[in-house]
Design a protein around this ligand. Structure first.
Ligand code: PHB
Length: 396
């Protein structure tokens, strides 16, 4: 076992060295007028395909609205499907994109394990890696070349815990998916809710692969808390809310509160009635009332056959903005260190509201909104009714 591990490690290091050497030798990187290749790696099939669909659509919308040339370089977006739950596949695609396709920037990363697996490739090849979706707090610490354009779970969970404590909720059970972002959400909720005077009586964790929520929700029903706090990754909310409704938890007096991952805009109309009235916290709602967001939602829906943009889409859109603005600052040079330096401290108005990149952590600073699901014109929306300004990732 030990021998196998060490030989696997040797192979890994050798392949990384090859990646770095090939990147350094790339004749293309020498000429500013060559296309700017961006390697966008996303789950476009499998259980998390909606994340990939949303981010790809948002990146294409950004290019359509801002032109396909930046600082004199034609933007060449190369999109690859990593299928979602195979970290070694994501890493291999990233290596191939750097070595064979000479991409200047890697982007995408639909789930935390995929971002973790690819971080060493970014470090070795000195290629910026824009994390658009994966949301475990620690991700940017895995490589100095990572910059995050999405969000973090502690960042959106802390305001939910504080809101619950202030709104007569005393006893909560937490239910999260058992991996990085879920564990971050659980830890943050338990800590912040206790600080606000509440208590968490039980913390339940469901598997990432093929979860069955029914037995967990039965346990919650028996525990009779004031509220159930939920985090599941986008795409899973429909199953949780269906079971929550079918088992009659709401009728037995249990409120559901959650991060916005559960009430994903892409799925909200499909979830429908069981979502009505649910309070959640998140950094983006398609119902965000700003002119920038109205133009974004209209443009996105028109370009994508009526598909509503969700929170992952703005991770993609703002990731493209970061890339464009950084390449403008470097005058078209795609040097990885210069690009990351240019991204640090950058601030702009996103469809989600004002946001910036923390120069110390390369993580996103943004408003977090408290929202409630309402039905308007036959559709369901997360309507914002409170906000906390400029929230930094508090860590987990
Ligand atoms: C993650 O794997 O980091 C992740 C995926 C989907 C989410 C949130 C976090 O909605």
């Amino acid at each position: 076992m030990k021998r196998r591990n060490s030989s696997a490690r040797r192979r890994f290091i050798t392949s990384l060295a090859a990646t770095a050497a090939a990147a350094a030798w790339s004749p293309r990187s020498a000429f500013a007028a060559d296309p700017l290749r961006i390697g966008l790696i996303l789950p476009l099939t499998g259980p998390f395909a909606s994340t990939g669909r949303q981010i790809e659509a948002a990146c294409r919308l950004y290019i359509a609205r801002n032109g396909d040339t930046v600082a004199g370089r034609k933007v060449d977006l190369m999109v690859k499907d990593d299928t979602g739950l195979a970290p070694e596949t994501t890493k291999r695609i990233a290596q191939e994109m750097v070595v064979q396709e000479h991409v200047a920037i890697l982007a995408g990363f639909g789930l935390t394990p995929l971002a973790f697996a690819t971080a060493p490739v970014a470090t070795e090849a000195k290629v910026p890696m824009i994390v658009m979706a994966a949301a475990t707090s620690v991700i940017p610490q895995r490589s100095p070349f990572i910059v995050r354009s999405g969000f973090t779970l502690p960042q959106v969970t802390a305001p939910m815990a504080e809101w619950a404590a202030k709104n007569k909720i005393k006893k909560v059970v937490t239910l999260v998916t058992d991996y990085g972002p879920g564990l971050d959400a659980e830890k943050t909720f338990v800590k912040r809710f206790a600080e606000g005077g509440g208590s968490v009586s039980d913390s339940l964790r469901t598997p990432l692969r093929s979860p069955d929520y029914a037995p967990f929700l039965q346990r919650v029903k028996d525990a009779k808390p004031d509220a159930l706090f939920v985090f599941v990754p986008s795409g899973e909310g429909t199953a949780v809310l269906k079971q929550f409704a079918e088992r009659g938890l709401r009728e037995s007096g249990i409120n559901l509160i959650c991060t916005g991952d559960v009430l994903d805009d892409d799925l909200l109309d499909t979830i429908g009635q069981p979502a009505l009235g649910i309070v959640s916290s998140h950094h983006y709602s398609a119902a965000h009332p700003s002119p920038e967001n109205k133009a974004y939602v209209d443009g996105f829906m028109k370009a994508n056959g009526g598909m509503r943009p969700n929170f992952h889409s703005v991770g993609g859109y703002d990731g493209m903005h970061l890339i464009y603005e950084a390449v403008k600052k470097t005058g078209g040079a795609a040097d990885g260190e210069k690009i990351v330096a240019a991204m640090k401290g950058m601030a702009w108005t996103s469809p989600r509201g004002p946001m910036s990149i923390d120069p110390a952590t390369r993580d996103v600073i943004q408003n977090v909104y408290i929202r409630k699901v309402e039905s308007r014109d036959g559709h369901y929306w997360n309507v914002e009714f409170d906000k906390i300004d400029n929230v930094k990732d508090p860590g987990a």
